[in-house]
Design a protein around this ligand. Sequence first.
Ligand SMILES: [Zn+2]
Ligand SMILES: [Zn+2]
Ligand SMILES: [Zn+2]
Length: 340
Amino acid sequence: MSKTSKTERLELYRDHLVQVLLSKFLVGEIAKLVPVFEPDHGYKYPLIEAILGNPAKVEGFLDRLSKTGILEKELYDKTLHCPSCVSPDISIHYNCPHCGSFNVRKSSLMEHLKCGYIDTEDHFKENGRLVCPRCNKELVEPDRDYRKAGIWCTCNSCKKSFDIPVPSHFCRKCHNDFTFEDATYEDVYSYRLSDGARQEASLGWILVTPIREFLESLNFKVETPGFLKGKSGASHMFDITAFRKDSEDITVIDLATSDNSVPEQPVIAMFAKIYDVSPDKACLIAIPKISENGKKMAKLYNITLIEAKNPKEAVIALKETCIKKMTPEDEVTKVTSNNA
Ligand SMILES: [Zn+2]
Ligand SMILES: [Zn+2]
Ligand SMILES: [Zn+2]
């Protein structure tokens, strides 16, 4: 997941319709978004239509989510559309290469392994048994007595036989006959939530929201993500920025997760930003824990570190370490006891 599209993803996570869809992935209601085929319209994503309330917006919505790396698309099927009426309700005809008729009968070829005689299956059938028309021996066991030897087609119109028919398409709606050459042939995708987005979105939901509400209850003005302009003139993004409404104090909070231990990179990245922005307080929340190097650097850079196994622990720890130092003692106690 590229850093450049992170801003765009964070913007999308704040979109209510995106949240509705992502929450379905996050709670396990859907694992994979699969299209549903309707003969009149082709492939549809009914769930997305229901969320957006407008079928015309579905394609652009899914496109944006996959381009920013939130959803991962996978080729699910290909659709053919009639070149004349655009209907997706198409059948395949297998035609006679001699006269072009689709009135073709398909049969299986059989070989009597002992004598090598090959003919269509129906020539072997005799009163419910299989008998070789050449040597009159009965065939009982597949692969020992006989084997399938491909297919054989016979044209009911010109009576000629052949082994490879010529395919064409028939539109069930306007009855147009057309070839692959003239058809519209399009990709259809299924979608999954990407691992990166699952992590980011989980943070957004499970972590950012309670922290935001907690800070707001303490009379902070909170932005998630928050953008601050540095001395250099560059704008920096933090997962959370909080301002006291009654003072100029700025607190910045970043979140970092890892499968086992968060490396020092998020600490370094945060230091680069706070060096330019100079907030009053910087706090990094590492889930589930941080590496020894990361710990040392955080201390060196004066970044308050919170290690928590899960989002709930993170919020409790934040109340105890970070917030205590930036709010009057009594306010923290009050909120903590209310939420206990
Ligand atoms: Zn048609
Ligand atoms: Zn024919
Ligand atoms: Zn035989």
